[in-house]
Write a protein that binds this ligand. Structure first.
Ligand SMILES: Nc1ncnc2c1ncn2[C@@H]1O[C@H](COP(=O)(O)OP(=O)(O)O)[C@@H](O)[C@H]1O
Ligand code: SF4
Ligand SMILES: [Mg+2]
Length: 333
């Protein structure tokens, strides 16, 4: 896809949660801790990282599901956290939609598929659409996601996981959105069904000129789907590059480790970086580079100074002190 203008612009976005530990002591959990990137119109932007690194929280900030702690999110020229009137919020709500990991969680088991798919129209076009028009829209949506219109008479429990995810996608498409946040959309599905849903998302993107933020812990899936990829660790982006550069010219030790561990990626590289230990808690992250407790290349400076995300090559951004010391040679020694 041709490079186009940015439809999503994030600048230093932070989302902190107030929490209490087991003894009731108050604390702050830094789920998203200063994230900046842009998504171009029509692209599939991947966000990858281990569980708990802040991917879903970042996705939710784009949907304006809660106020951010700091920073700015601009979608299609509109500052998300400054939407005030109901009209503005409703218009924004139809522009950005979400496809969840677990389709069952968002499909009311007591409603038939027809009623589930009618909801967005009833909320957003209450008085302007007749029952017949809504019915026709539902048939179109079902056909669009590869299901026969008869499925509108079924209940969610009468459908397979893959079919339910198709309904989740149909619901996200109902209001003709521009951006879809796909949060682990295939992680709960069997591998054979994963491919079908991914193909469907790709077809729909082309037909409807959609922009995707594609969130996944699975580098194989992200590699297949995305144009550019951001790697997230404990609330920060540590590497951001075009897909090819990220996989073939990996610069951050964490990305190296993730790629080494991905079974579905055929690596010619023989070096494997094996991660030590667990991900530290975002309520008490390590000082300096948050990755230093697990990084095989950690130096004294890594324990005290948090490395900035810098453009080290054309459109290839990395947050690592080693970059200043010709990172690649160090890593491949
Ligand atoms: N509403 C919340 N209140 C407190 N902590 C939260 C809340 N939502 C998410 N978190 C915490 O924020 C961190 C990031 O979570 P999440 O964004 O779901 O990660 P991911 O999607 O990458 O697995 C986790 O430590 C999680 O426990
Ligand atoms: S800054 Fe230091 S600890 Fe962090 S990834 Fe780079 S080398 Fe490793
Ligand atoms: Mg998540």
């Amino acid at each position: 896809m041709e490079a186009q203008e940015s439809i999503v612009v994030l600048e230093n976005v932070k989302k902190y949660f107030d929490i209490r530990d087991s003894k009731g002591k108050k604390g702050t959990l830094k789920a998203v801790d200063g994230v900046s990137f842009q998504i171009k119109k029509g692209e599939t932007f991947g966000l990858v990282g281990e569980s708990g690194c802040g991917k879903s929280t970042l996705g939710k900030t784009l949907l304006n599901l809660f106020p951010i702690t700091e920073g700015s999110i601009c979608i299609d020229g509109q500052e998300v956290n400054q939407l005030k009137s109901r009209k503005e919020k409703v218009a924004f709500g139809s522009k950005v939609q979400l496809v969840f990991q677990d389709p069952s969680a968002c499909l009311n088991p007591r409603n038939r598929i027809g009623a589930i798919l009618a909801e967005p129209f009833k909320i957003h076009h209450k008085s302007s659409m007749s029952k017949q028009e809504i019915d026709q829209k539902i048939d179109e949506l079902l056909t669009m996601v590869g299901l026969a219109p008869e499925y509108k008479h079924r209940y969610p429990h009468e459908m397979s996981g893959g079919q339910k995810q198709r309904i989740g996608i149909a619901r996200a498409l109902a209001l003709n959105p521009e951006i879809i946040i796909c949060d682990e959309p295939v992680s709960a599905l069997d591998v054979s069904i994963q491919a079908q849903v991914i193909n469907l998302l790709e077809d729909l993107q082309e037909k409807m000129e959609l922009t995707y933020l594609f969130i996944s812990h699975d580098l194989g899936v992200v590699y297949h789907m995305c144009d550019r990829i951001a790697v997230m660790y404990l609330g920060n982006i540590v590497e951001l590059a075009d897909k090819k550069a990220l996989y073939e010219d990996t610069l951050h030790p964490y990305t190296q480790a993730l790629i080494s561990a991905a079974p579905t990626i055929d690596l010619e590289k023989t070096d494997r970086v094996v991660l030590k230990g667990d991900v530290p808690s975002p309520s008490n992250p390590p000082k300096g580079c948050k990755f230093h407790t697990r990084c095989p290349y950690a130096m004294p400076v890594c324990e005290t100074e948090n490395p900035e995300l810098l453009e080290v090559k054309d459109n290839h951004f990395v947050a690592c002190h080693l970059c200043k010391k010709t990172l690649r040679e160090e890593i491949r020694k």
